[in-house]
Design a binder for this molecule. Sequence first.
Ligand code: ADP
Ligand code: MG
Length: 259
Amino acid sequence: MSAATDGAETVPSIHVEHLTKDYHLGDNVVHALRGVTLEVCPGEFVAVMGASGSGKSTFMNLIGCLDRPTGGVYLLDGLDVANLTADDLALVRNRKVGFIFQGFNLLPRMTALGNVMLPMIYAGVPHKTMEERALAALAAVGLEERADHRPSEMSGGQQQRVAIARSLVNGPSIILADEPTGNLDSRTSIEVMAILQKLNAQGITIVLVTHEPDIATYCKRVVRFRDGRVIQDQANERRRLAAAALAELPAEEPEVSVG
Ligand SMILES: Nc1ncnc2c1ncn2[C@@H]1O[C@H](COP(=O)(O)OP(=O)(O)O)[C@@H](O)[C@H]1O
Ligand SMILES: [Mg+2]
């Protein structure tokens, strides 16, 4: 049980036991995960660290239901996803999980609003509701006035905020972020962490991959992978608040588009 468990009744957001993943490449087998056992409870904010190739992205893809494990158990909000059909798995993923990636993964021809509306199209939400919810999500990341801009007309930080808004529109219980600050400068990275801390304070569970120790200091718990295994799992007793860190930075020109 993790430190965040406040009673026997708590259903973990993520519960994995002896999770394994093998990739077959011709005659070779890559053991990307070699038996990961881990629990993440509602409201946690976990940093996943570890060298390149240690299995971090593989782990994220499995807990995000983007891929299926080779072995082991995975319960997402108490639901055993192994028994789901591909369609049901996609439905669960769409409803429960929001994704943020290093490269933002926005569609270049669409506006910010269009990008944020996309996950709701798959969820079958009426158009008017889609637009209202997308605008609310853009407002939540401070970008309502950029709704009509395309990705090329926005800075990296703004694009990542659009991606965060997109991750929010279906009201996920979990956000999975794979190196979300990997393409951003340090101030913009802290701005992204401030938004994620705000969402976490509102109750969203967050699991975030990073190789930057500075970024991990904003998380509540740090899990370290090596060679497909968890080698360290510690509460971060000295968690920093990104909003406070930003206030201490010297004043800077407003962010400009890098188009
Ligand atoms: N789709 C894939 N096919 C084959 N091997 C893969 C695939 N994805 C990842 N791997 C391998 O699995 C291991 C773990 O990779 P990954 O989870 O991407 O690590 P990390 O995100 O920590 O850098 C690596 O050896 C990688 O080469
Ligand atoms: Mg990776």
